[in-house]
Design a protein. Sequence first.
Length: 283
Amino acid sequence: MEQTKVNAPDAPSAPVSSHTQVAAARAVSKEVAIRSNGTGVFYNTDQQALHDVSLTFHKGEVAALIGPSGCGKSTFLRCLNLMNLEIPHCRIVGSIDYHGVDIVNEKINLFDVRTSIGMVFQQPNPFRKSIYDNVALALTRHGMAANSTNLDDQVEEALRAAVLWDEVKDDLKKSAWALSGGQQQRLCIARTLALHPDVLLMDEPCSALDPIATRAIEDTARRIADTGICVIIVTHNMQQAARVSDTTSFFYLGEMVETGPTERIFTAPEDERLQAYISGQFG
Ligand SMILES: Nc1ncnc2c1ncn2[C@@H]1O[C@H](COP(=O)(O)OP(=O)(O)OP(=O)(O)O)[C@@H](O)[C@H]1O
Ligand SMILES: [Mg+2]
C-alpha cells in the first residue's frame, strides 16, 4: 500500500502508517457517542479558557485533539465527563449531549457519567496493589464485581481489552508498581475498560513513555475503538495523531479552529494557524 506523507514538526515528512490508511478507509459508526454544543469553560468564575466548542464524536472512532500548550485541549476533554466540576469556581456553559441527556444542565449522577465516560491520565496512576486487585477493586467499588469465579473472568477480559493480558497473566499477584510505565498505563486502561465505558478519554497518555510503549498504547487505543468504543485522545505528537486517529480537531487559544478526517487535516489544512502548526512554525 502506498504511504502518504505528513508534514509534522517532530519528524517532517514522516510516513503515515498503513494502519492509518486502513483506519481512514474503515467505516466509523455513524452512531453518535457524545456531542458538545457551544461548550465553553470559565475558570475562577470569569476567566474564559474555552469558547463555543461544538464537536460530534462517533462510536468506533479514535478522535485526536491537537494544538499548542494552553489552548484548551485538556479543559475540553475534562468537560466531556464533567471532571472540570471538581475544580473550584470552574463553570461549564453550553451543553454536552450524551445519549440524549444534556449532562451539563440536567441533574445527572456524576458517578454514572464517569463510569460510562472513562478517563486515562498523562501519568499512569495504578493503585499500590497487585495487578489483579487494580482491576478487581475498580469493579468492586463500582458494584460491578460478580462472584469470585466471574470476577477472574472480568479481570481477564479487561486486561485482554487493554492488550496487557499476555504480558501479565502469570504474574497477576505482582505489584502493579513493578510494571513498566507502558504496562502501568495499559493497566490503568484495563481498570477503566472493566467498567464497560462507551467513551474513553485519554489526556496525553503517552507523554511519559518511550517510543515502543507509546506504540503499544496507540495499538491498544485502536483496538479499543474497533470494539465500538469512542476514544478521544489529546496529543502533542502529530505523528501519533496521524497514526492512530480517524478525525482530528485543532484547538488554538481556547477555540476549536478546524476539525475533519485526520488525513485531510494533515494533507490539506484550511486554517492558516493549523497550517503553521503542522508545519512546525510554532508548538
Ligand atoms: N485548574 C485551572 N485553573 C485555572 N486556569 C486553568 C486551570 N486549568 C487550565 N487553566 C487555564 O486554561 C487554559 C487552557 O489550559 P489547558 O490545560 O486546557 O490547555 P492544554 O491545551 O491542555 O495545554 P497542554 O498542552 O499544556 O496540556 C490555560 O490558559 C490554563 O492556564
Ligand atoms: Mg493538557
